[in-house]
Design a protein around this ligand. Structure first.
Ligand code: ZN
Length: 317
C-alpha cells in the first residue's frame, strides 16, 4: 500500500476528513427489501423458490469453504433446519437470502467460521450476509422476553421485530453505538493505549460507548477526557461499521489535542498510554513490542490512514 522504502515509514498523509475507504464488516451489497418483511405472501413465495439461498448460523458461525476463495456455504430452503427465519435481503439477480439459526449443515470441504475468522476474508456480499445474520442471531437469542411485562415475545417482520402477545409492544434489534477515535497531538503523533485485559503487546486507539443523552462528538470528548485526561478539539467523523460482537456499531473519528498536557490514564480502563510518531510506531512493531489491531477492526483502518499505509507485520490472517 506504500512505495516508501521498508526502512522508513511513509510520508504523513494530509489531515483531511477523507472517509475510511474499506471497512471489513460494512461491505454488504444485498437490497434489504425492508418493505417485504411484512408481506407474508411474498415471504412464502420466496421460501418456496428453489433459487432462494439460506445462511444457516449457530452460535455466530456458519459453514465456509476456502477454495478457491473464502465463501459462505448457502443452502436451498429445503435443506435448511427448522428455526427462526430472517429475511436478509435480495441480490442483484432477484434471489432472496434468508438466515436461519439451527444446526449447521455438514458440507464436504467446509468448516464453521465466524466474523473474527473470516469477516475480512469473505467477498462483499458474503461479509454483509454473515454480519447481518450474526447480529440477528445474537439479538433473538438474548431478547426473548418483553421488557415491559416479561411475556415471551414472538418473531415478526421476517426476523426484524419481536412482538409481545400480551401488550402488543414491538421490540427492534438492539444496536449499541460506540465511538472509536484516533487522537493526535500538535506533532501529529498518535495516542495508543492498552486496555486492562489485553496482552502485554497489544495497543489500540481509544474507544467507548455512547451514553444516553449524548451526541457522538460529546462521547468522543468525554471518553478521551475520562481515559487519559486530555481535552480534544476538531472531532471529525470518518466512517462506521457494524460490530455485532455482540451488538455494537463502531463510529470512527479523529480528534486533536493541544500539546503540553500530561497523559493521565484512568487505571480502571487504561493500563498505559503513550504518544507515537510514525517512526516510533514502526520501530515498536518491528521490534515485536506492539501488535497493532487486525484488519477486521475499524481501529486498524484508522491507524493505517494516519500512518499512510499498512504497518509491518499486521496480521493478514
Ligand atoms: Zn409485554
Amino acid at each position: 500500500m506504500t512505495d516508501a522504502p521498508l526502512d522508513s515509514p511513509p510520508a504523513p498523509q494530509e489531515t483531511s476528513a477523507a472517509p475510511l475507504e474499506w471497512l471489513a464488516l460494512a461491505r454488504g451489497t444485498l437490497d434489504r427489501v425492508a418493505l417485504n418483511r411484512r408481506d407474508e405472501a411474498w415471504l412464502d413465495a420466496a421460501w418456496a423458490d428453489p433459487r432462494t439461498r439460506v445462511l444457516v448460523i449457530q452460535e455466530g458461525r456458519s459453514p465456509v469453504t476456502f477454495e478457491p476463495a473464502p465463501a459462505l456455504v448457502l443452502v436451498p430452503p429445503d435443506q435448511a433446519p427448522d428455526g427462526d427465519r430472517w429475511l436478509l435481503g435480495v441480490d442483484g439477480d432477484g434471489v432472496a437470502h434468508f438466515g436461519v439459526s439451527g444446526p449447521l449443515p455438514v458440507v464436504e470441504g467446509a468448516r464453521p467460521a465466524g466474523l473474527r475468522g473470516v469477516g475480512a476474508l469473505l467477498g462483499d456480499q458474503d461479509s454483509g450476509l454473515l454480519t447481518h445474520a450474526v447480529a440477528l442471531e445474537h439479538w433473538h437469542g438474548t431478547h426473548r422476553h418483553c421488557p415491559r411485562c416479561g411475556a415471551r415475545t414472538r418473531v415478526a417482520s421476517a426476523g426484524h421485530v419481536r412482538v409481545c402477545p400480551e401488550d402488543g409492544s414491538q421490540h427492534f434489534p438492539r444496536v449499541d453505538p460506540a465511538v472509536i477515535m484516533l487522537v493526535t497531538d500538535e506533532a501529529d503523533r498518535v495516542l495508543l493505549a492498552r486496555g486492562p485485559q489485553w496482552p502485554a503487546d497489544r495497543r489500540s486507539i481509544l474507544a467507548g460507548f455512547v451514553e444516553p443523552g449524548e451526541s457522538l462528538e460529546q462521547a468522543v470528548a468525554r471518553e478521551v477526557q475520562e481515559e487519559v485526561g486530555l481535552p480534544v478539539r476538531d472531532v471529525r467523523y470518518l466512517g462506521s461499521q457494524p460490530w455485532p460482537l455482540p451488538q455494537s456499531l463502531m463510529l470512527g473519528f479523529t480528534a486533536r489535542t493541544d500539546g503540553g498536557l500530561p497523559l493521565r490514564p484512568d487505571p480502571e480502563e487504561i493500563l498505559d498510554a503513550a504518544w507515537y510518531t510514525r517512526e516510533e510506531l514502526r520501530a515498536a512493531v518491528d521490534a515485536g513490542e506492539i501488535v497493532a489491531p487486525g484488519p477486521l477492526s475499524i481501529a486498524a483502518q484508522l491507524i493505517m490512514r494516519w500512518y499512510g499505509g499498512e504497518l509491518p507485520k499486521m496480521p493478514a490472517f
